[in-house]
Design a protein around this ligand. Structure first.
Ligand SMILES: [Zn+2]
Length: 342
């Protein structure tokens, strides 16, 4: 298939704080601040007759709450539903708070609901000590381990409260919102059971974090599933949306709405292939993920970024191990190294 040479960004302006910008009939774009280097998240407001549906809710900050209050009081309609694409704080953060306003139901997948609670309540395999243990076996240095330990439960800061019940979404479900059908497309690798939403009539894909125009989606290995292959799962999930028309307007969680879905997927496939080649080129001797961190990430990383970078490095190494391109060597003390097989 041939693709246009570059991604097309149809909107010259971005919505200001506390404002919305219509990107299609009945679909409005909201941009909320984030307290880290990735400085914003996009949320969506869908017309639903006399009410409105929110897709993703923003990080639990007072500033975000104030923007929501402005937007919803100006809109004047009650919320009839809250859809969370996945459990990360910038998406699920204020879902419980928004739901309380109009007693609106929260729609999400079971994987996201359960892992949200697992991280919030620090359950086995999803706790900070378990993450530190995983990163220790993968050779992260003491200095960075200590910084991560002191950072504590960042999840709870971004998600002050969680719902204790929800409407469960499944892959292939069709949600009827404002007379239009939105199909749930579940994807893996970035989050446990991420839901994107596709409206064929409007030619719109709300991609969440599964397809972003400028940055590559984070894929991380968790302590509960140390042999997991999130990169393989992510790439396989992209195959499931690759067939959508190239004219589809993609509404991503970070960056601007764009067209050129096929080109973007091809770029991401090339990006990860390149990262794997880079790792393989240095694995002629056994090395651990801690040592490989500087190979994959040449810029200075803050503590928040170390978390993602380390998870991502292990993800690439597991991907190569699962395909037999590197061998995983586990020492008596549990530390893990990888070496090229050919
Ligand atoms: Zn995310």
């Amino acid at each position: 298939m041939t693709h246009p040479a570059t991604l097309q960004y149809p909107f010259d302006t971005i919505p200001a704080g506390g404002q919305t910008l219509e990107v299609a009939p009945g679909v409005r774009w909201i941009r909320m601040p984030l307290p880290f280097a990735l400085n914003h998240v996009n949320l969506w407001l869908l017309d639903d007759g006399d009410a409105a549906v929110v897709v993703d809710t923003g990080f639990g900050l007072d500033e975000v709450r104030a923007h929501w209050s402005d937007i919803l009081s100006r809109d004047g309609r009650p919320l009839s539903g809250i859809i969370a694409t996945h459990c990360h704080p910038d998406h699920l953060g204020l879902a419980a708070w928004l739901a309380e306003r109009d007693q609106a139901p929260i729609h999400m997948t079971q994987g996201e609901f359960l892992v949200a609670h697992a991280m919030w309540h620090q359950q086995p395999g999803y706790s900070i000590p378990d993450m530190l243990k995983l990163f220790t076996t993968h050779g992260l240095d003491t200095h960075r381990l200590t910084a991560l330990e002191q950072r504590g439960n960042g999840y709870k800061r971004g998600v002050p409260a969680l719902p204790d019940s929800y409407h469960r979404m499944f892959d292939g479900d069709v949600l009827r919102i404002g007379g239009r059908e939105w199909r749930v497309i579940v994807g893996y690798g970035h989050a446990p059971e991420h839901a994107s939403l596709y409206c064929e009539a409007l030619g719109i894909l709300i991609s969440g974090d599964m397809l972003l125009p400028r940055i590559s989606t984070n894929v991380s290995v968790f302590a509960a599933t140390p042999h997991d292959d999130p990169l393989g799962l992510f790439l396989a999930s992209l195959q499931r949306i690759k067939h959508l028309p190239d004219s589809t307007l993609v509404l991503p969680s970070h960056g601007n709405p764009f067209r050129g879905l096929g080109l973007r997927i091809a770029q991401l496939e090339a990006h990860h292939a390149e990262r794997c080649e880079l790792l393989l080129s240095t694995l002629d001797v056994p090395r651990n993920a801690g040592e490989m961190l500087a190979t994959l990430f040449t810029r200075e990383l803050d503590t928040h970024q170390v978390l993602f970078a380390m998870g991502e490095t292990v993800a690439h190494l597991n991907y190569l191990a699962n395909r037999g391109q590197v061998a995983r060597q586990v020492a008596d003390d549990g530390t893990v190294k990888f070496e090229r097989t050919a």
